[in-house]
Design a binder for this molecule. Structure first.
Ligand code: GLU
Length: 309
């Protein structure tokens, strides 16, 4: 990991750190409960391959919902837009990520977008491969390629812990199966999904992946087009409209960058044409966003004029 430590970012971390006291770490996945709520890290990755960071940058976090953007990109590459949007919609819900309420009220019955759990499960279902292992391996290799880090793997304990407790996600799957959105074995899909959510990265990895999205799919080091620009455009639009759970509207006003958060406390930002941002701060607000991470992004957006609006 090549990333210079930055005094300027350290100043922002020191300022934002007091807000970690305003939230708490995710409780509903047992293996996430022991996370240290005081840790805070930020990394910024630029298109020329330079990187600046501050705080607990080596600390690993599971991707959780951040993985939803990456699986969406892979499913769009694998299956194309028409098939993907046959299974999942394009509209924000304004509801929590694990809400079931709108699934029943819309017609045809498909999840409203790929960033809520029901939609993400429908997307994971579309990943190509003959077995769960094969599909997961492809996803993992894709994450490794985007992060430029071949050592990335998943945390077995977190995956197992979520697998053993994911009854609500199972309920979504059965609902989707009843309505022909998915047609695979539910336990297999939950196995794949919980492994996907347990892929572990640090803030630098996240910032680098964010940078690929910021640069419309071009790898900042190899200059290779690793995701088609048309796919990145769709992913970034979802990041703006529903990437920060049901706080996405507020985030668009206060910060104004495409971003995706996860309940482990990670946030991945993609500032169009400028940089990728990776944040870790496990203390969450009541919507599931890193409470100090949000403050940090707000400060950075103002200081560096990052808002795209
Ligand atoms: N694995 C988590 C779940 O499905 C991801 C949720 C999140 O990060 O928002 O509940």
């Amino acid at each position: 990991m090549q990333c210079e430590s930055s005094q300027e970012l350290k100043g922002l971390i020191d300022e934002a750190k007091i807000y970690t006291k305003d939230g708490q770490v995710a409780q509903y996945i047992p293996a996430l409960r022991d996370a240290d709520p005081d840790k805070l890290a930020v990394a910024v990755y630029y298109p020329d391959g330079s990187c600046y960071a501050a705080g607990d940058v080596r600390h690993k976090m599971s991707l959780q919902s951040i993985s939803k953007v990456i699986t969406l990109a892979l499913a769009l590459i694998d299956r194309g837009e028409d098939v993907v949007f046959d299974h999942v919609g394009k509209e924000p819900t304004g509801d929590p990520f694990n809400s079931i309420i709108k699934l029943e009220t819309i017609s045809p019955s498909k999840p409203l977008n790929p960033m809520i759990n029901a939609g993400a499960l429908a997307v994971t279902h579309m990943l190509i491969g003959n077995t769960v292992e094969e599909r997961f391996e492809r996803l993992l290799n894709f994450v490794r390629e985007l992060a430029g880090n071949s050592t990335i793997t998943y945390n077995e304990e977190i995956a197992k812990s979520e697998f053993e407790t994911a009854e609500l996600n199972r309920a979504f799957c059965y609902y989707l199966k009843q309505h022909n959105v998915i047609n695979e074995d539910v336990e297999e899909l939950i196995d794949l999904y919980t492994k996907q959510c347990a892929i572990e990265v640090n803030s630098v990895d996240l910032a680098r992946i964010g940078c690929v999205f910021a640069m419309n799919g071009i790898d900042p080091v190899t200059d290779k087009q690793v995701i088609p620009a048309s796919v990145v455009r769709i992913c970034k639009t979802f990041m703006v409209t529903c990437g920060m759970y049901n706080a996405s509207g507020e985030f668009a006003i206060d910060v104004g960058i495409p971003a995706k958060s996860g309940v482990s406390g990670g946030v991945m930002g993609a500032v169009p044409h400028k940089c990728g941002i990776g944040i870790y701060g496990a203390s969450l607000d009541d919507k599931g966003n890193s409470v100090a991470g949000l403050k940090l992004l707000e400060m950075m957006s103002r200081k560096y004029d990052l808002s795209m609006f």
